[in-house]
Design a protein around this ligand. Structure first.
Ligand SMILES: [Zn+2]
Ligand SMILES: [Zn+2]
Length: 191
């Protein structure tokens, strides 16, 4: 197992995912409309979404990720008062991660936050599934829909979260203080 190096585009915020190997996290492409809305908010000129409106995330446990420097440049946005916590960098608007709450041991690490000067595919493995392909833009090839896998992937994702919870992998958590509050007060867009 190796470490996966993380950095925002301008390298002000850096971090690491410890002891990663293919299959330990889950590499997914999300086509949900909320992710599309947020990507357009963060980068109106484009550059985050793939041509079918998808964004790649690596689903990992909170204790696997550590922010090493630039914490003060972390920002958090929620599309609605109850929406996901969407973490990004203030320095260069790089998406960093999505989280649900302090209690749910889940981090959807944004692919853009993974440094590209390493063997990313070798470290995290290939894309294994998708979320909400029904919201993708027209033209998504069947080979990228992972249609036959979707039920299996959802169950596996839930199983991992339950396992991480049992193993206490919510702690330490770089995005929440011990009282459950986000380390940065989220800005709510209410779109
Ligand atoms: Zn930056
Ligand atoms: Zn999404």
């Amino acid at each position: 197992m190796s470490d996966l190096q993380l950095s925002c585009q301008c390298k002000t915020i850096t971090g690491v995912v410890r002891a990663i190997k293919p299959g330990k996290g889950m590499r997914l492409v999300c086509y949900c409309s909320d992710c599309q809305t947020f990507a357009k908010h963060l980068a109106p000129a484009g550059g985050i979404l793939n041509q079918y409106g998808g964004t790649q995330i690596l689903q990992i446990a909170p204790s696997m990720i550590e922010i090493l420097q630039g914490q003060q440049h972390l920002r958090c946005t929620r599309l609605t008062r109850k929406g996901l916590y969407r973490w990004h960098s203030a320095c260069c608007d790089t998406p960093i991660a999505n989280t649900v709450s302090r209690k749910i041991p889940f981090v959807g690490l944004a692919y853009e936050f993974i440094s590209d000067d390493q063997d990313v595919d070798g470290l995290i493995g290939p894309v294994v599934g998708t979320n909400k392909v029904e919201n993708s833009l027209p033209g998504l090839p069947d080979s990228e829909k992972f249609a036959g896998e979707s039920r299996k992937i959802k169950l596996l994702a839930i199983a991992k979260i339950i396992l991480w919870k049992l193993l206490g992998k919510s702690n330490p958590n770089p995005f929440y203080a011990n009282d459950g509050r986000a380390v940065v007060k989220p800005q709510v867009l209410e779109v």
